[in-house]
Design a protein around this ligand. Sequence first.
Ligand code: NDP
Length: 245
Amino acid sequence: MRLKGKVAMVTGSSRGIGNAVAKKYLEEGAKVVLIDRDEEGVKKSIEEMKQYGDAVGYAMDVTDRARVQEVFETVVKEHGTLDILVNNAGITQDAQLYKMKEEQWDAVINVNLKGVFNCAQEAVKIMRDKKTGSIINISSVVGLYGNFGQVNYAATKSGVIGMTKTMAKEVGRKNVTVNAVAPGFIMTEMTQKMPDNVLDMMREKAPLGRLGEPEDIANACLFLASDEARFVTGTVLSVDGGVVL
Ligand code: NDP
């Protein structure tokens, strides 16, 4: 029970990596604030997750700044505080640069970068005051090394690394840690959209010979949220089976 007594928010917890992180945190004793885009989704997620522990939830689109502020205020009012934030919500809208539409660029920047800004800013306000907390931003190997057809996505995932390092410098004296996790290719709905031959190539390339499971990322997020990582900040933890070696 490494997170006993902590309140953790995980954005994009309805499926995939966010879902696995929420489950892991619940099993480790945290109260977990699940974030879904709509009320129906929230109800369904709470129902699914309550077998693992103390799950609560709110409808929130991370791009809706006013709603983000309202939800963070509600969390503090109803659950006393916020100790851990995992900025996980993310989307892809792939196209090569010469064909990419402005809407594809804007949509990905809005969710993956502005969404992190919106949530991290509210979390930092809470955590600075109480002089403790951890923020974990989900980046990607694509943010470190680039990827064909993902100029918008790569820009956001590199941007998240820049934000992580800057935030770590700004809030370190307040005893708040900020770290990024850079997953490799993980089996979720996001990667199901990718062609089979690309996924096979990634499997081949990885020294560990497989794609990742959402739980592989959840384990890294558990470490970074736990007291064992109290002297770790501003780092980017690659969890990728060695795919980029
Ligand atoms: P999924 O597509 O499976 O899940 C994404 C989650 O984000 C969903 O719960 C979705 O909610 C939510 N979400 C999307 N947009 C918003 C929004 N505007 N506001 C709130 N929630 C939103 O993705 P993964 O689990 O694969 O990815 C999770 C994170 O990990 C992302 O940041 C992704 O970029 C990153 N990542 C994933 C990798 C992979 O191989 N899968 C590799 C590297 C990084 P809804 O159900 O409403 O759509």
